[in-house]
Every structure is written in structure tokens, then in C-alpha cells.
Design a protein around this ligand. Sequence first.
Ligand SMILES: [Zn+2]
Length: 124
Amino acid sequence: MSPELTPGPGAGGSLETRLEASICGKCHKQYVPVRAYCSACRGRTERIYVEGRGKLKTFTTLFVTPDGFTPPLVLGICELDSGTRVLGEILDYRLKESLEIDEGVIVSEKDGKYLFRLERGLSA
Ligand SMILES: [Zn+2]
């Protein structure tokens, strides 16, 4: 089976919400973004997909941003349902005053950046 077709533990969702990830062949630790070697045990990793859904664990707002980013930039860390933590930008920044820890987030990847949408923001 091609590594591209190997489902991750969190797989099963639609194509739009899956993320490329790596899993260590020795200790099974998962990584997003993809990396070739495990930083825990130096084992080689395999490419998998995981579901891009999880919970917001922390966030912060940057008013001074690097080139290519428009302030305010709201960054967060999402713990995916598969257990991997991902750093990304919260797109629904107007909601930042009411962001809640552990609220549902949908993660997508675009041009190497991870973008978070709040589950509750989808209907707004
Ligand atoms: Zn490992």
C-alpha cells in the first residue's frame, strides 16, 4: 500500500479536513507538519493523514507581525483528535474576544501554513 493511502488513527473524515502527518515507525509518535525523522527516538517516519479536527489549547494575539502577515495575527495551538499539537492562525479573529480553551477547531493547511476555523464560526 502506498504511504499516501495509509489512514492515520484520526482518519475517516472528508478530504477537506485531512492533514498530512508523519508517524514514527518505532515509537509511533505523530508529527504535523511532516518530518523525516522522529525527534523523540530518531526513528524514520512514514507519511499518513490525520483528521484536521481538534481542540484549541491556547492562543495569543500579535500586533507586531513578521513580513507577510497582517496584524492583528491570532495564533493558537490545536490538539488534534489524534493527539498531535499544531501551531496555526485563527482565521475568525473577530471572535478572539470570546475564544475559549478546548473549543472545537477545524484545521486546514495552505502553502505550509496551518489555518484554524472555529467550529462555531462555520455557521456565522
Ligand atoms: Zn520515535
